[in-house]
Design a protein around this ligand. Sequence first.
Ligand SMILES: Nc1ncnc2c1ncn2[C@@H]1O[C@H](COP(=O)(O)OP(=O)(O)OP(=O)(O)O)[C@@H](O)[C@H]1O
Ligand SMILES: [Mg+2]
Length: 341
Amino acid sequence: MENLTARNTQRLAELKASDGDQDRAPKIWAVGGGKGGVGKTLLAANVAITLARTGARVIVLDLDLGGANMHTALGVDSSGLPSFTDYFERKIVSMQELARPACVNNLQIISGAQDSISIANISHVQKQKLLSKIRTLSCDYVVLDLGAGTTFNTLDFFLSADVGILTVLPESTSVENTYRFIKSAFYRKLKHVERAFDVHNMVDRLMERKAKLNIATPADLLRQLEREHPMLGSRVRSAIQNFDLKFVLNQIRTQADVDVGYGIRNVCRKYFGLSIDYLGHLEYDSAVWQSVRRKRPLALEFPASPIMPKVQGIVGTLLKEEVDCIQQANPIKQQGRTVQL
Ligand SMILES: Nc1ncnc2c1ncn2[C@@H]1O[C@H](COP(=O)(O)OP(=O)(O)OP(=O)(O)O)[C@@H](O)[C@H]1O
Ligand SMILES: [Mg+2]
């Protein structure tokens, strides 16, 4: 499995080199979810380590500013670690300077550790600046570890990513929170598109007539929007379809738990009109809390955990999708070259 991810990273390096664009902006992978304690940090930390081990340059950004703990998940001592507070208070001018080496080669962390401000307190301007600066970081991938909940800031960080991964537990409360998160992200995305298109409150005006128009789901809303405002409607549909939404089920104990994922996928398609990828699942493993207690990453402390091959599979899938995407975007250049996966 490690070879799979390494081969894809190698292939990506070749594709980027043949494109003459090695300095492209990093890809952003965000890990979020509606509920607290569902394994967002566990997944983000171990995905980042796995990715870095393939030779890709990775920066993990702890954007759970109210409850930052990625430094602990990566086994990094937080004392003396610069954080976003230093950046917002202008003690550190460039975001790149906040990055510090983490537990394996090629991996760096930008910590939220010293922050006293909560994520909700970042102003709109600060958020916009932060989002634009993330794209200028010097690395191949930025992995965002987000806080729980559906505040606008968390949703905007999530929506700014190239790939958004939700972690979900196979429990009704977590599944409900996941739908709530997706619904909030959906409406937030509509607002972004409205703003970009310089039209205001079209969605709100439709929602005021929702009973009359028979709008029961976000999918109905989109259809009605397309009917009444074809240009905006098609723009919204493509913006929503462009967003790469995925989820991972965590703390699996039985096959019935695994199957919960297929239900989530079907509901999303029917209710939101959205396709969401079921990326895979992670077992419940007591090694997780033991590694947390020892303040060491799972990947280093318990490499034989059944969770690690699953994480490697997830990273391999994401890298393969990136390879496919580049090849589809540039088929002529890639003619005659097949990817070995
Ligand atoms: N697969 C697992 N097996 C066993 N325990 C797990 C697993 N995943 C998570 N846990 C437990 O759940 C706790 C919370 O995990 P984690 O911190 O990754 O969640 P989170 O979603 O980032 O939480 P928060 O919303 O507080 O940031 C871990 O400390 C660990 O004890
Ligand atoms: Mg967390």
